[in-house]
Structure formats: C-alpha cells, structure tokens
Design a protein. Structure first.
Length: 70
C-alpha cells in the first residue's frame, strides 16, 4: 500500500520547520530542506508504528482488521 501525506514546510531564519498535516504531533526542524524532509519521513514512520501498536494494545485479543479507503 502506498500512502501519501502532506508535509507543511517553513523556513524560519537558519532553520526549516515541518509538520505532517494529517498526523497531529508529527513535526521537526532541520538546518536544510532536504534534511527536514528525510527527518519528517522517519518521524512519520515512527508515529504510524506507535499509533498502530497503541490501537492493537487497546483492542486486546478479539479484534478484526479492515482496510478503509477514502
């Protein structure tokens, strides 16, 4: 599955600041645009893995998974 997310990028002095629009709390800063995009990818992967693990733990043992598309 290929998911696409929206990165919001902003230059602030010597720094680049970025957020992933669809995932609250997914943000970081770097000293270059390229480094920011790479760090955002890594932070997004970590956030998705964390959210998935948290959902599975909350569901317990008797659950079903279903794909949802918009």
């Amino acid at each position: 599955m290929n998911n696409t997310y929206t990165a919001i990028l902003k230059r602030d002095g010597d720094w680049w600041i970025g957020w992933i629009e669809e995932i609250p709390g997914t943000n970081c800063q770097e000293n270059s645009r390229e480094a920011l995009l790479q760090t955002l990818r890594e932070v997004l992967q970590e956030a998705l893995a964390f959210n998935r693990q948290e959902a599975l733990e909350a569901a317990g043992e008797d659950y079903q998974e279903e794909s949802v598309a918009l």
